[in-house]
Ligand binder design. Sequence first.
Ligand code: ADP
Ligand code: MG
Length: 352
Amino acid sequence: MGKQANSCQYIFSDVQQPDLPMIHGKDLSCVFEGNITVTAVDHVHFGIEEGQITAIIGESGSGKSTLLKLIYGLLEPTSGEVRYRGWLVPTRKDKLIPGHDAMKLVSQGFDDLNLYAKVWDNVASQLSNTNLALKASKTQETLERLRIDHLAKKRVADLSGGEKQRVAICRALINDPEVLLMDEPFNQVDAAFRDELQQDIQQIVAETGLTLVMVSHDPAEVLAMANKLIVMKNGKIADAGDPHALYNWPHHPYTARLLAKSNILQPNEAKILGIETEHPIAIQQEHIQTELNLNGNYWIKDVRFRGFFNELIIGNEEVTLHQIQFPRLDVKKNTRIDILVTTYHVFEPKSI
Ligand code: ADP
Ligand code: MG
């Protein structure tokens, strides 16, 4: 990987800043002016470490794609800066072809693919013709790495969503970028093939030291893949850190809802369940037990079949909880129950 060439200075007046994470955002904002002004990214600070999978997660419109484009240099920050290996990331005003040379972006949809060309040509066209033997061997190797060498002669238009995504990733990887940016990469991939593609990508990251930054709104996806999460809400970073820690000990109720679909209770609601707290709490759906009791103070408000488990909506007039019932039992709406909360998480006052 041409690290020296790729990581160089683009902006004449810039001075490399030492001791920063590989990608570093400082006071970064992006405001879109139009009929209405939208602050898509709002004064965020973040660091992305080399060789890791970082996932940017948040609800629709929270600024995830905008943040990814700022990292790549496709958008001009309204305030703040993004640095790559200590150097400012160039934007359109600094560079004729936008996008940092050390990075590749796989955007949503398959905009970059030529649907009517063969898979081989879509991938090989990214390499120069100066060494045709190398071009052929490198294309073959990259297709094999993404397990689509058997599709080389097919037209992209005739492929499934998952196969098209593999071609898009091949195109992005063939020139050995240091950073791969992917926007909602599994959206168009059938659920049955998603796991396999996720594992292949994880393996590539482990084998090559590639740094991956992916955008997603799917908690299952990011919890399975990422080493680090950046949680976005209304253009701000609500939470950041290790997925396991954020799942169990989120700093923000929004994170608890997003990652674990947790029940969020205010102190007065918690008290109804016998939990004394000064601050709001999160109860994960898997941390609630119910027992049938004809004289119970609560009842089952609804039973939602979810396949191998039931989601029960339970509570009384004052409080409603969602619970995962596994293994599934044949229970009916309006059955009286007792509720036992086995574990809950109290939010720190500063996070709310
Ligand atoms: P996400 O990827 O999390 O769904 P986006 O980054 O695409 O969110 O968008 C964040 C906000 O910025 C949204 O309100 C969106 O409508 C707005 N936005 C994004 N791109 C543009 C644009 N080019 N012009 C105007 N508004 C935009
Ligand atoms: Mg988006």
